[in-house]
Design a binder for this molecule. Structure first.
Ligand code: SF4
Length: 337
């Protein structure tokens, strides 16, 4: 059933705010509302030249997984939604994306530039069960060959599309990036309340690699005092290797104001002993650097070597020089190591 839009459109509302206002609600489940967001194009050009990809696709705005550290909450602010929880409860599905993509693919291929799916929100979040946009996007990618293509997720729903992923691996230079920040199941539930347990994600990595799909594990973000011990990181890298992953990528937590708004109250509730440390770490910048960064970088390099894993496989020169890259369905990555 098509209901009324949540906001009346007015001449004053322009661009994305207006599109969001015009998006009809199409479904509701518990506290989560889903809207059909009109799109003008499927591929977004990554214009900075600093990323390891040139085009991005995100079939959904907002993400129901609701990770406490998610940096992408700011994207709802573009729609003038300022409550942090709106990001998890107002999900916008770009229903026309697959059709738009078919028209744009040839141009992307002719330019020979990498395409990344799921750079801001998870393309296999729960909404995908209903809307199937990611599956139709993958189908569109099978209509041509020769792309450099990656997909980032935390979701087991990816296995639904194993047939398509295998085809993509045969037709393109294709990799899946499975985000796993910790092997501690309890901690994962606290940090990523609605995402699948890490053990199940490792199982998904094993199934994908057994089917011939190249998979990297995105260990990002690394959270100071929570996931950054040698034992924790070694367990993660060891299990990534045991699951057949070919690489482990990582980055440190960064906290922009929109992410801080959600993360700091969470820390206060669950890990009050860390609050002062985080305030100090992020007092001057949203990014961590210096000795801490170097230490984690060296540790990850050592662990990768021990377990025979790569870091940033096959990335273009700009990324290899240490410029920021995006991935992990919602966590910026500053290459380490
Ligand atoms: S970190 Fe990724 S999976 Fe988690 S809420 Fe953000 S976009 Fe979704």
């Amino acid at each position: 059933m098509w209901l009324l839009p949540i906001l009346p459109a007015s001449p004053q509302r322009t661009g994305l705010v207006r599109l969001a206002a015009l998006s009809p609600p199409v479904h509701q489940r518990a506290q989560v509302h889903y809207y059909a967001l009109p799109s003008r194009s499927a591929l977004n050009r990554e214009a900075s030249g600093r990323m390891p990809f040139a085009w991005t696709l995100n079939p959904y705005r907002g993400c129901e997984f609701g990770c406490k550290y998610c940096y992408a909450r700011y994207t709802h602010e573009f729609m003038e939604m300022w409550e942090s929880v709106d990001f998890e409860r107002k999900i916008y599905a770009k229903v026309s994306m697959p059709d738009l993509l078919r028209a744009e693919l040839r141009q992307a291929r002719d330019k020979g530039l990498p395409i990344a799916l799921g750079t801001v929100t998870d393309p296999y979040q729960p909404a995908e069960k209903r809307f199937g946009i990611t599956r139709r996007v993958l189908e569109a990618f099978t209509s041509i060959t020769g792309l450099t293509l990656s997909l980032t997720t935390k979701s087991l729903l990816i296995l639904r599309d194993l047939d398509l992923l295998v085809r993509l691996a045969q037709q393109h230079r294709f990799s899946v990036h499975m985000t796993i920040v910790t092997t501690d199941e309890h901690l994962a539930r606290q940090l990523e309340p609605k995402a699948p347990p890490p053990a199940r994600r490792f199982e998904a990595v094993a199934r994908l690699t057994a089917a011939g799909v190249r998979v990297a594990v995105n260990a990002m973000p690394i959270l100071p005092g929570l996931t950054d011990s040698r034992a924790a990181l070694e367990d993660l890298v060891r299990r990534a290797a045991a699951s057949g992953a070919s690489a482990v990528h990582c980055n440190l937590l960064f906290l922009k104001p929109s992410a801080m708004k959600e993360f700091m109250p969470f820390l206060q509730r669950e890990f009050p002993h860390l609050v002062a440390r985080y305030r100090q770490l992020y007092a001057r910048s949203a990014y961590l650097g210096g000795e801490y960064r170097e230490r984690i970088s060296a540790l990850m390099a050592e662990l990768r070597k021990r377990y025979g894993l790569a870091n940033r496989e096959n990335l273009p020169a700009a990324a290899a020089k240490g410029t920021p890259t995006y991935g992990a369905a919602g966590q910026l990555r500053l290459p380490l190591g």
